[in-house]
Design a protein around this ligand. Structure first.
Ligand code: ZN
Length: 89
């Protein structure tokens, strides 16, 4: 089992990014910008659970590369930029 969370701030294209909360991933937003998904068995379950709450979801390219289906590098850059923006607030 792993601990997962989803960013409450969607990318510009409306995609919500899911992270492994225990991965130490640098793209995980601050706690108040994160929805904890709890202990789940794998990345696919995390994406499925998040998909029931958000319209578009994808795995984080950094901590869930196997669950990342976005070939859109612009979206990944936007995710990183969004996190940097939030971190600086
Ligand atoms: Zn991540």
């Amino acid at each position: 089992m792993r601990d997962y969370c989803a960013s409450l701030i969607a990318l510009e294209n409306g995609t919500t990014i899911v992270h492994r909360a225990d991965s130490g991933c640098s793209l995980i937003p601050p706690e108040k910008e994160c929805l904890r998904l709890g202990q789940l068995s794998d990345d696919n379950e995390a994406v499925t659970i998040a998909g029931s709450k958000f319209s578009k979801v994808d795995g984080c390219p950094q901590c869930m590369p196997d669950a990342n289906h976005s070939a859109d590098e612009v979206a990944i850059d936007a995710a990183i930029a969004a996190v940097i923006t939030v971190s600086n607030m």
